[in-house]
Design a protein around this ligand. Structure first.
Ligand SMILES: Cc1cc2nc3c(=O)[nH]c(=O)nc-3n(C[C@H](O)[C@H](O)[C@H](O)COP(=O)(O)OP(=O)(O)OC[C@H]3O[C@@H](n4cnc5c(N)ncnc54)[C@H](O)[C@@H]3O)c2cc1C
Length: 326
């Protein structure tokens, strides 16, 4: 019997919702190729979380307790998992395509001599082969990949697959293990909460969202002026603008930011990668302003303005001003 492992992600004593989407992916894979599915959690005193995951997923779950592993540590994760895989070979090992998954899974795959496909959004069967699809070039292209390695790690794009239904509680099946890490050179110094509060975005009827296409911080003035036209509006943006410090992290929309659904979402100079689109695709009317007619944001937009935003927004503001005076 083949085996599929799910690497359950958790932070600050909570299981990340995406881990339940991984169960959906595992079920899909095992419908193509029957396999037993098992979950793995690592950490110090991890038994309770492993029990919670097992009760919700009905999966046999390894609780690997690592003394001293208070927070995620790439080195220790790799060591402990390689140790488990010696005893339990697998055909698939699934993780979230998150900062954490990206941090350790590709290196783990190299150590294990396995294949690795990251940011998977769709899995299909074609001519008795599994095809893994993911977006590239800022979401403009979709690539299809096949695996030739005997075992495969997949990092799964959050929001791409259905989560399992929560609500039913099953009897927990937890397998307890202890692993004492010896050689990791990686040490977590501190983890700081950003106190992100996206409540303003969730209440806004209109969101003016800005991306790297704005070019320069001083041009954000245009976005302020545009937002001022709409009552109950808020300014949001893509992750690079938050990383640059031009916006606050509480304004970030996407997989690692807020999920929003205003009546109007105006995306200015945003390419529309899947990490951003996941957070705003539920909006009412989506309007994009982008120089590139092939930008991926246009795939989810109701109105696509193919223009330089620095030319278009001043004209829009001026036109609005003129009409108000009529
Ligand atoms: C694990 C992980 C998590 C992530 N989480 C998020 C997330 O939560 N949210 C998020 O947004 N991103 C996230 N990202 C980053 C994401 O992959 C993209 O890099 C990011 O969304 C791109 O931002 P952007 O669209 O502003 O920039 P770009 O991709 O650089 O796009 C800029 C766009 O502006 C257009 N443009 C340029 N000049 C002009 C102009 N003068 N007028 C009009 N248009 C113009 C271009 O044609 C282009 O389409 C994540 C990435 C990873 C790996």
């Amino acid at each position: 019997m083949e085996r599929i492992f799910i690497l359950v992600e958790h932070f600050a004593g909570k299981i990340r919702a995406v881990s339940y989407e991984l169960v959906g992916v595992a079920n899909l894979l095992s419908s193509f190729q029957p396999a037993e599915i098992k979950a793995i959690l690592l950490g110090e005193n991890i038994e309770n979380l492993a029990k919670e995951f097992s009760e919700k997923s009905d999966l046999e779950t390894f609780a690997i307790s690592v003394p001293g592993l208070e927070t995620y540590n790439a080195g220790v994760y790799k060591e402990a998992l390689l140790n488990l895989f010696k005893e339990f070979p697998f055909s698939f090992c699934l993780s979230s395509h998150s900062t954490q998954g990206l941090d350790f899974v590709p290196a783990l795959a190299v150590k294990q001599g396995a294949g690795c496909i990251t940011a998977v959004e769709l899995i299909e069967e074609k001519d008795n082969d599994l095809i893994y699809k993911r977006s590239i070039s800022g979401g403009k292209l979709i690539t299809s990949l096949k695996n030739k390695a005997p075992s495969l790690f997949l990092t799964i794009q959050p929001g791409s697959f259905k989560s399992i239904e929560n609500g039913t509680t099953f009897t927990a099946k937890v397998i307890q293990r202890v692993y004492s890490s010896t050689s990791s050179t990686v040490r977590n110094i501190t983890t700081k909460s950003l106190n992100v509060d996206s409540s303003r975005l969730s209440e806004a009827k209109v969101i003016i969202s800005v991306g790297r296409g704005i070019g320069d911080e001083e041009h954000l003035e245009l976005i302020d002026q545009l937002a001022a036209l709409f009552p109950k509006s808020a300014i949001a943006g893509s992750r690079p603008l938050c990383d640059l410090g031009w916006l606050e992290y509480k304004q970030q929309v996407g997989v690692t930011g807020a999920t929003v659904s205003p009546d109007l979402y105006l995306a200015c100079g945003i390419s529309g990668t899947s990490q951003h689109v996941i957070g705003m695709k539920g909006s009412g009317l989506i309007v994009s302003i982008n120089l590139d007619p092939n930008a991926a944001i246009n795939n989810v937009s109701d109105i696509c303005v193919v223009e330089d935003l620095k030319t278009f927004i001043p004209v829009l503001l001026e036109e609005h001003h003129k009409r108000r005076l009529l």
